[in-house]
Design a protein around this ligand. Structure first.
Ligand code: NAI
Ligand code: MG
Length: 393
């Protein structure tokens, strides 16, 4: 078999620190690939006026598989100030390179597994009378990544022709007396194609990994058209998967239930905005940013990334203190995507062993405030955590 090429984009801040840790783990399980470095992030915005240089897009177009660390984004005015003086006033406008990647490569599926490791002190626990239990949470959220409220079709002070078009809808009568300059409109756009694809992929995932249910988490009783379209596609697709139950929840009720019975859910499917919300909420039940990771998957390109950002305040710390587990789990998700299920399982088991043993914990797992002192307070450094996982492998 020819060797795989994987584009690695460490990006900024702690992205640069955690990505190499994941590669150490991939090496240790015998996964072999050519890793091809690509430039992305703040550094390239400042030096070149583009946080996502064309050469990086070319590498991704060629190899279509990538591990990404994190990038730094800053507000518009600050972005302009930090631009190389030679590039100022040349019309460069900052944009988020990860959002740019999702759009350019049509990475329409965002997959976010939220799986608790037994003994993680950050886990959701339940108290019944005087006893505390730690239910095992194993949820995978499929979030539509390119449409919905994030499609970007919106106006403040909509042009007259837009306003007139909207006024064809009888419900716009409620806004008749609002001047356009006091009107902001953001459109929630769903396509049947995207609804079909995300539900189908969610059911296939449930089948492959033995989940008993797929839950469509939306709000079809109120947002009838868009939520309704996702629901409709789900009802059709579910008939091809009789062994998997199809459940429907409303996003608001789901947020309550995930604090009550999170262990009951398997695969969850949502549009872009509700998927963003419900995935962060579930991530909080299984350890938060040190454990949260995701895949952005299109029909011919896949990019895997931890959920956290570049945490610039920890960038310079020596030794680095952030938890590498989110990035290592990101690599596991890539392995599963490549059907290297056994390798991914070995890594997850090794992480589980380290956590269950409880001897090696990064500062977040000890609920410490991050800073140079955490090592003295008994927290493991980033490398130490990886070393502990390597030892279990
Ligand atoms: P952040 O995720 O970088 O950090 C928030 C806090 O979470 C950190 O200060 C730290 O306390 C904790 N944290 C994050 N990762 C951790 C880890 N692996 N282990 C332990 N603790 C961890 O988010 P923040 O501070 O809002 O943003 C910092 C920069 O990152 C910004 O420029 C932002 O735009 C960017 N960002 C980039 C993302 C991406 O690359 N996909 C996602 C989120 C933010
Ligand atoms: Mg989010």
């Amino acid at each position: 078999m020819s060797e795989r090429n994987i584009v690695i984009m460490p990006g900024d801040g702690i992205g640069k620190g955690v990505l190499p840790e994941a590669l150490r783990i991939l090496d240790a399980v015998g996964f072999s690939a050519n890793y091809i470095h690509a430039d992305i992030g703040w550094e390239f915005w400042c030096k070149e006026g583009d946080p996502l240089p064309q050469r990086t897009i070319d590498l991704l177009t060629e190899h279509r598989l990538s591990l990404f660390g994190a990038i730094t984004s800053k507000p518009k005015d600050q972005a302009v100030r930090e631009l190389d003086p030679e590039l100022q006033d040349k019309g460069h406008v900052y944009y988020s390179p990860i959002v740019g990647l999702r759009q350019h490569f049509k990475l329409d599926l965002c997959i976010r597994p939220c799986h608790s490791f037994r003994g993680n002190p950050l886990n959701y626990v339940r108290r019944i009378n005087d006893s505390i239990t730690e239910p095992e949470i194993d949820v995978v959220i499929f979030r539509q990544n390119t449409e919905g409220l994030y499609a970007g079709v919106e106006w403040t002070n909509p042009p007259d022709e837009i306003r007139s078009a909207f006024e064809i809808h009888p419900k716009m009568a409620a806004f008749n007396s609002t001047p356009s300059e006091d009107l902001a409109i953001s459109c929630r756009i769903f396509t049947r194609k995207a609804c079909h694809r995300i539900v189908l992929e969610a059911f296939k995932h449930a089948q492959k990994f033995g989940y008993k249910s797929v839950t469509i988490c939306e709000k079809p009783n109120v947002i009838r058209e868009t939520s309704g379209m996702l629901r409709g596609e789900a009802l059709k697709i579910a008939t091809d998967f009789p062994e998997i139950q199809l459940w429907h929840t409303n996003i608001d009720a789901q947020m309550m239930w995930l604090n009550k019975n999170p262990e009951d859910y398997g695969v969850i499917v949502s549009g872009n905005m509700f998927g963003d919300i419900v995935s962060d909420a579930f991530a909080g039940l299984v350890g938060g940013l040190g454990f949260a990771y995701s895949a952005n998957i299109g029909e011919d390109c896949a990019i895997f990334e931890p959920t956290h950002g570049s945490a610039p305040k920890y960038e310079e710390l020596d030794p680095p203190i952030v938890n590498p587990i989110a990035m290592i789990l990101t690599a596991c998700l890539m392995l599963e995507h490549l059907d290297e299920i056994e390798m991914a399982k070995r890594i997850r088991n090794a992480i589980g062993d380290v956590i269950a043993e409880g001897k090696v914990r990064t500062y977040d797992m000890m609920r410490l405030v991050g800073g140079p002192d955490v090592i003295k307070q008994g927290a493991a450094s980033t490398h130490k955590m990886t070393d502990a996982i390597l030892e279990k492998l």
